[in-house]
Design a protein around this ligand. Structure first.
Ligand SMILES: [Fe+2]
Ligand SMILES: [Fe+2]
Length: 293
């Protein structure tokens, strides 16, 4: 085993300075998140806002008509798409699409972005399935879990974009030493992708459920609320890795919390069943990524 490199404080400071230059979310996305979170919002309010952005309008309609959602009739208006897909799906769509766009310019990212988004979408699908099967939908919207799953590791993308060299070193250290990225980040940079999640949630004023998923998906036991949601994303993350959707082959995963499945009231056969259906959904998930990017 290689010796652990010491934490480089200078590097940590430089990174924190750089992260201050993170781009703001596009105004339309911020507005849409506010609109979607407001209890008084109607589908028409959201549709009017989406229609101001032609690219978003096209993505929305393509998604509503895609096999991913499998709606049998053709949907031609944005307001119908909003009604059918629901506000939380819109939140997933606009946030994922704008984050993808924001980070689509990096010429030499430290991580394979295709693998990153495949991991994210399988985690999102798994999170949605967990809510549908094990948590009352009255307690949590499955689409809210989908959105949390889709964005849970966004801190890795920030590292990859803003600290390419440093993060390449983190990745190769993790690979060579069989460590999880979370451990390698803490050891080398002194800051993890979940810490970045907290900074990002603050900077972008993300809703609380997303913030908690970004910050606590590896340590749900530390969350002081929304325990069902963070545990859902935690187990969904394990499931995604279990079907081989990591950033590289045999990526070491942080261990699953002993109590996670009992909190979700999930038995061994339930877990196996989820694994099987997740494997079957890989093709459909490709379509979701193709539409939003
Ligand atoms: Fe993570
Ligand atoms: Fe993950």
């Amino acid at each position: 085993m290689q010796q652990n490199p010491p934490v480089d404080n200078e590097r940590y400071r430089r990174f924190i300075e750089q992260i201050d230059n993170l781009p703001a979310l596009p105004a339309i996305v911020t507005r849409l998140i506010q609109v979607v979170n407001s209890p008084d919002t109607s589908a028409d309010d959201a549709a009017k806002l989406i229609q101001k952005d032609p690219a978003l309008t096209t993505k929305m309609l393509r998604l509503a008509n895609s096999a991913f959602y499998g709606i049998p009739r053709s949907i031609s208006s944005v307001s119908s798409a909003v009604v059918i897909l629901g506000f939380n799906t819109i939140r997933s769509l606009v946030l994922s699409a704008s984050v993808m766009k924001m980070f689509s310019t990096s010429r030499e990212p430290a991580i394979d972005k295709d693998c990153f988004w495949k991991h994210s979408i399988t985690c999102a699908i798994a999170a949605k399935s967990i809510v549908r099967q094990f948590i009352s939908v009255r307690m949590m919207d499955p689409e809210s879990a989908f959105c949390a799953g889709m964005l849970h590791d966004i801190g890795k993308l920030i590292f990859s974009e803003f600290a390419q060299e440093d993060y390449s070193e983190v990745c190769s250290f993790a690979r060579k030493n069989g460590k999880s990225l979370l451990e390698a980040e803490k050891e080398i940079l002194g800051i993890s992708h979940t810490d970045i999640g907290r900074i990002l949630a603050d900077k972008w004023a993300l809703p609380l459920d997303l913030e908690y998923a970004l910050v606590f998906h590896h340590e749900p036991m530390k969350a002081d609320s929304l325990i069902d949601l963070v545990t859902t994303v935690h187990v969904a993350n394990t499931l995604s890795h279990a079907i081989g959707m990591g950033l590289w082959e045999n990526e070491t995963v942080t261990p699953e919390w002993d109590e996670a499945r009992s909190i979700l009231r999930m038995g061994e056969s339930d877990y196996e069943h989820l694994l099987k259906s997740l494997t079957e959904s890989i093709d459909k998930s490709r379509e979701f990524i193709d539409i939003i990017k």
